[in-house]
Design a protein around this ligand. Structure first.
Ligand SMILES: [Zn+2]
Length: 271
């Protein structure tokens, strides 16, 4: 007895930008094949995200292998405990590379607390200083850390020429409002298709379309109907369709506006 085949990935009418994935974390497929599959369904550019001292070079090397693949440089709050003075110096140096479009993934995670909070805050602030120095946007991860994220955004955002994105937004609405008021974007991924994620759909509903970025966070958080498979940028069309549904706009409108958002934040100077 075979199950009903899953709906194929829809080919939408105009290009999409994948603003957040981890191609070097894939288990089932290699990064460049995964990239080709994404391009085949209309993904135009992909940003693969650094998370720890050991993958700074890995994501940069990957980005240098395709003209439409870009990367970030930064240390995730889970790994902030491994961020040394030398790590910051290395990031400072590599932010000058043309394929690096942002500082990230940085921020605060008080759900897992894999690094003591004080150290997470210090490392987050060090990266924000680098973003200000290099005039680059930031990619922020914030989980169960609304108070401190709001305080730090209020302190740093006015000094930032390029703002950034709170990716995989799952926080309380007050953080959404704070980030939007400072000119930040909010990133939404497959979570918006999950049954138990009404709070995230509520946040999406109050996020203006011109503040939304599209991402998969692959290989994690595979959208419905491909739950159970490893996530990949090629599944972005399902997320676009869901954004259009929740924002009550046409898929074409959602495509056009979110493409422009990602372009304005990350690529205005790269083409
Ligand atoms: Zn991520």
């Amino acid at each position: 007895m075979s199950k009903k085949p899953k709906r194929e990935i829809p080919i939408l009418g105009s290009p999409i930008i994948e603003t957040h994935c981890h191609l070097d974390h894939l288990q089932e497929n290699d990064p460049l094949t995964t990239l080709k599959e994404a391009f085949n369904v209309g993904i135009e550019k992909v940003v693969t995200i650094a998370t720890n001292p050991d993958n700074l070079d890995v994501v940069l090397d990957l980005a240098n292998q395709d003209k439409n693949l870009f990367c970030t440089q930064g240390i995730h709050p889970h790994n902030a405990k491994d961020c040394t003075v030398d790590t910051i110096l290395k990031i400072d140096n590599q932010l000058k590379e043309s394929k690096v479009v942002a500082v990230g993934e940085i921020g605060l995670d008080y759900y897992y607390n894999k690094t003591p909070r004080e150290k997470q805050i210090d490392v987050f602030k060090e990266h924000l200083e680098l973003a200000i120095k290099h005039e680059l946007p930031v990619v922020i991860h914030s989980r169960d850390a609304e108070d401190d994220t709001i305080e730090i955004l209020n302190q740093y955002a006015p000094r930032m020429k390029k703002k950034g994105v709170i990716h995989s937004f799952t926080s309380e609405l007050r953080l959404a409002e704070c980030a939007i008021s400072h000119g930040f974007y909010l990133g939404y991924n497959g979570i918006i298709t999950f049954k138990n994620a009404q709070n995230v759909r509520d946040a999406l509903a109050i996020t203006p379309l011109n503040r939304i970025l599209t991402e998969t966070d692959s290989p994690y958080l595979t959208p419905i109907p491909y739950r159970g498979k490893e996530n990949a940028p090629k599944y972005l069309p399902f997320i676009l369709e869901k954004i259009a549904e929740i924002k009550n706009v046409s898929v074409d409108e959602a495509l056009k506006v979110t493409y422009q958002n990602a372009h304005d934040l990350f690529f205005r100077l790269t083409n």
